[in-house]
Design a binder for this molecule. Sequence first.
Ligand code: FAD
Ligand code: NAD
Length: 467
Amino acid sequence: MQYDVIVIGSGPGGYVAAIRCAQLGLKTAIIEKYNTLGGTCLNVGCIPSKALLDSSEHYHNAAHTFKTHGINLENLKVDFGQMIKRKQEVVAANTGGIVYLMKKNKIDTYYGIGSFKDKNTINIKKADGADQEITGKNIIIATGSKPSSLPFLKVDKKRIITSTEALNLTEIPKHLVLIGGGVIGLELGSVYARLGSKVSVIEFMDSIIPTMDKGLGKELQKVLQKIGIEFYLGHKVTGAAVKGKEVTVTFDDPKGEKKELKGDYCLVAVGRIAYTDGLGLDKIGITVEERGRKITVNDHLETSVKGVYAIGDVIRGAMLAHKAEDEGTLVAEIIAGQKPHIDYNLIPGVVYTWPEVAATGQTEEQLKEKGIKYKTGSFPFKASGRARASGDLDGFVKVLADAATDEILGVHMIGPRAADMIAEAVVAMEYRASAEDISRISHAHPTYTEAMREACLAATGNRAIHI
Ligand code: FAD
Ligand code: NAD
């Protein structure tokens, strides 16, 4: 065999797996279909969306909150072309960084579409049509996902678009109609609402971010309404038609009555689907789940074929970059004979709106369903000195702890820098801390993290100091 490991796909799952394999002394190759490395996350996902979220947040603050800080600006306007150009530069710096890391770790990079000839031989179809075969003792499939749509809806990528196009528009929409009140919809909806678009969200469920703790969706809806986003919850989209520059989206309200909205763009954000096209999985007998087309794996993330593993968005579980990275590390270490472990319960989920939403562990709904007795401690940011100083008064931290043992079972927060603050909760829960443990640890003052301590104090017998 030429290689110990061949990784197909260079997203956060694939490139991290390749680096960890190389660190462990395994001769490694990585194959990427596109001519830039980094996958969805770096090219059309996490990184570009966060670049636009940051830029649009600066504009929003300059337009709406600077005045309260005593800063007056005149003739403020958005240079949208520059905003998109900067986003592209951020992407290029990150994808270039992965090329550097592949070289540094002596990983051979092949550009082209990888497909199985047999369980150890991968054919690479290059852009010029040429074929090349490489062989490996182990193969890691890390081919990720692509946007899914609704069966009756034709995404034309011009007026009816996915997140990929929404990150690369040439104009700010006048009216963006969004199908799906999940993570992508609310992040990209925030970007354009801040830049002045009218944004309407049509969500099938009765709450936005419906898979997270219900309290978070409620609070997030309130704050997003303040920046002008309107919500149609419990509404079912039935169609979308394009006429010139106008899209008409038709939908049923909860009583079944027909409604329609007209916008200049319609963003479809109803989830993503595992990407396995062209891999030739059937040639070697790899099984795929009927729903969502995800590759079936065992606890070691090995597929139904020995020596062939799969990680990240292409297998079961949350479609998150850090989950893919953790699985990349896990598989590399399993191939090297180690015994790593991932606690899937503690993979944090974050929505990068402002305020940010972040959570780890179990929701109140899950605890109720399992019949686990728990106590709750909450602390609102409006009672935090740090939040008052910055003017970020929306949101709260909610801690759920076992009623008998005080062990923290879930932490759900919406507030300033929640994306960073959730790390404390993950560490605490990994070490099975009680709410009292956290409430007895010193937290710097004034910081947003004090809200976590206060919520833990509240959970341990109403001992919060500042409420
Ligand atoms: P991917 O990143 O999808 O990479 C798969 C790679 O495999 C791609 O480069 C693809 O071209 C390549 N490939 C596929 N088939 C072949 C083949 N046959 N041969 C060769 N190469 C192939 N997650 C977060 O955790 N935080 C965020 O903030 C976040 N923001 C997001 C924002 C948006 C708009 C989107 C769309 C997603 C976001 N995600 C975020 C999700 C995150 O991007 C994915 O969970 C993550 O990229 C999955 O990593 P992966 O390695 O499994 O697959
Ligand atoms: P999602 O699953 O988060 O949200 C999709 C939403 O669409 C759901 O609320 C669902 O109820 C709704 N929906 C489904 N069918 C509908 C219909 N017919 N009409 C109206 N609403 C409908 O999916 P997404 O927002 O497309 O994101 C895809 C994936 O990308 C997610 O799994 C997410 O984990 C990942 N992602 C993560 C981040 C992050 O970590 N910050 C950011 C963006 C994307």
